[in-house]
Design a protein. Structure first.
Length: 90
């Protein structure tokens, strides 16, 4: 017996491609790591790169962890610059 939607037997299920936000948070995880690295070392390079990746993850890929990645990268950017200014003034 076949279904009206194709030649698959009725007992088999069809699994399509997973949604972008449901399975992969790769950009968000990389952005979180870059934000943490940017807090300690070269915030203009690492935290800004993490912030850009987090925005891409939020707007283009619709990842679940993108909001957390934006916050971590922004804190890494601002906190890293403040920490660098404190260390430089000593």
């Amino acid at each position: 017996m076949t279904t009206p939607y194709g030649n698959r037997p009725t007992g088999q299920q069809y699994y399509g491609a997973p949604e972008a936000g449901a399975s992969g948070n790769v950009f968000s995880i990389i952005a979180i790591v870059l934000g943490v690295i940017g807090f300690i070392f070269l915030p203009i390079v690492f935290a800004l790169g993490g912030l850009i990746m987090a925005i891409i993850a939020k707007t283009v890929r619709h990842e679940r962890l993108a909001t957390i990645a934006i916050v971590v990268s922004a804190v890494g950017l601002v906190g890293g610059m403040v920490l660098g200014a404190i260390v430089a003034s000593m």
